[in-house]
Design a protein around this ligand. Structure first.
Ligand code: PLP
Length: 390
């Protein structure tokens, strides 16, 4: 029996094997500090949980329309108005099973077979796999500290071809936590529009920006009349602490919504109904104050871990402004970050993610630390690293 060749060049997450090993060690009684996990350690805020339970106990367990629960699409449009002062019509909001579903829908409606998509390396690993799955071509662009690990207008100009359909960016980014400057984003949006392509902006870590505020790319669209080519991706997973509920969203140009409706009906039918009902409670003031306290805790963790890693000898050229990640060069200790991640796990019970999970660009000399565990555990992790590495 043969299997789909589309799957052949799709890589698994290397960190999953590392996580499995960490679990084995824990089962043997070892104490593991988890700094590899890309999700908040906080529980979902109580008002959201209560709304989800209420929906289930009321029997609200049937499909919603494929584009999502109308009330949630409205609530998200209102969120854009209150949070960013930008007008987004609710019918441009599509509810999806996480940002993952949103990325798949977005690429699914804009890409043709053989089309090229521009991506930053390092970057979120699934993006290139979505493109490959849709029989497209990935053009990975090596980025470094000189552009805060983000794509720039110059990169786009150098790499755009007549096969290019879309550019994918994330701000703050995974794995680097860095932001795309508004000015750069504006110029990129204008360039992509000129070329007749799409700019897909992943804002999943919005809300987790610790120094100042960032604007949504939709604001650029509104204020500069650059429309019809920006698709914004977001989710309830990260800032809203709802990873396992599987609910996210995108905002797309009107012209794409009918095709997204058709594709959503076919590939997942709709996001989970109780999760959508729960998400309706994500914007109320009680939830917001819980989420803001979690954000403060993430900031404290970053402010603790960042200087400690530098003291240890990890090189961090660009300070992360958001998300919950620090992307650090481990060159001082090893030129094989994959091996280093395993050494740290086996010898001192510290789990981190090797650079290899985010691309090929200098991946062997980078690792990602996720501050998704308590400050006490991070402190213990730093002590172990100091004793082992220094
Ligand atoms: C940049 C980025 N986009 C999208 C996702 C997918 O998130 P979800 O499907 O849980 O909303 C992640 C998850 O780690 C991510 O880091």
């Amino acid at each position: 029996m043969t299997t789909s060749s589309r799957i052949d060049d799709i890589q698994p997450f290397h960190v999953m094997a590392l996580l499995a090993r960490a679990k084995e060690l824990e089962a043997e009684g070892k104490d593991i500090i988890h700094m590899e996990i890309g999700e908040p350690d906080f529980p979902t805020p109580e008002p959201i949980v209560a709304a989800g339970i209420e929906a289930i106990s009321q029997g609200d367990v049937h499909y919603t329309p494929a584009l999502g629960l109308p009330a949630l699409r409205e609530a998200i449009a209102t969120f854009y108005k209150t949070r960013y002062a930008v007008n987004v019509a609710a019918n441009r909001v599509v509810i999806t099973p996480g940002a993952s579903g949103a990325l798949m829908l977005a690429l699914g409606v804009v890409m043709q077979e053989g089309d090229e998509v521009l991506l930053a390396d390092p970057g979120y690993p699934c993006n290139k796999n979505f493109v490959r799955f849709l029989s497209g071509k990935v053009r990975s662009i090596a980025v470094d500290a000189s552009s805060d690990y983000q794509l720039t207008l110059k990169h786009l100009k150098e790499n755009w071809s007549d096969k290019t359909t879309a550019v994918m960016v994330a701000s703050p980014s995974n794995p680097t936590g860095t932001l795309l400057a508004k000015n750069e984003l504006m110029q990129m949006a204008a360039f992509v529009k000129e070329q007749g392509g799409y700019l897909i902006v992943d804002e999943i870590y919005h809300g987790l920006v610790y120094d100042g505020e960032v604007d949504t790319a939709l604001k650029i669209e509104e204020h500069h009349a650059i429309d019809n080519n920006i698709i914004v991706i977001n989710s309830f997973s990260k800032y809203f602490n709802m990873t396992g509920w599987r609910v996210g969203w995108l905002v797309a140009p009107d012209s794409l919504i009918n095709n997204m409706d058709k594709l959503a009906q076919n590939i997942f039918l709709a996001a989970p109904t109780p999760a959508q009902q729960a998400a309706l409670a994500a914007f109320n003031p009680e939830t917001t104050s819980i989420l803001e306290s979690h954000k403060q805790e993430f900031k404290q963790r970053r402010d603790f871990l960042l200087p400690k890693l530098k003291e240890l000898g990890f090189k961090i050229e660009v300070e992360p402004q958001g998300a919950f990640y620090i992307y650090a060069s481990c060159e001082k200790f090893s030129k094989d970050s994959y091996q280093l991640a395993y050494d740290l796990l086996e010898n001192i019970g510290v789990a981190i993610t090797p650079g290899k999970d985010f691309g090929e660009n200098k991946a062997n000399t980078f690792v990602r630390f996720a501050y998704t565990t308590s400050i006490e555990r991070i402190e213990e992790g730093v002590k172990r690293l100091a004793a082992y590495l220094v």
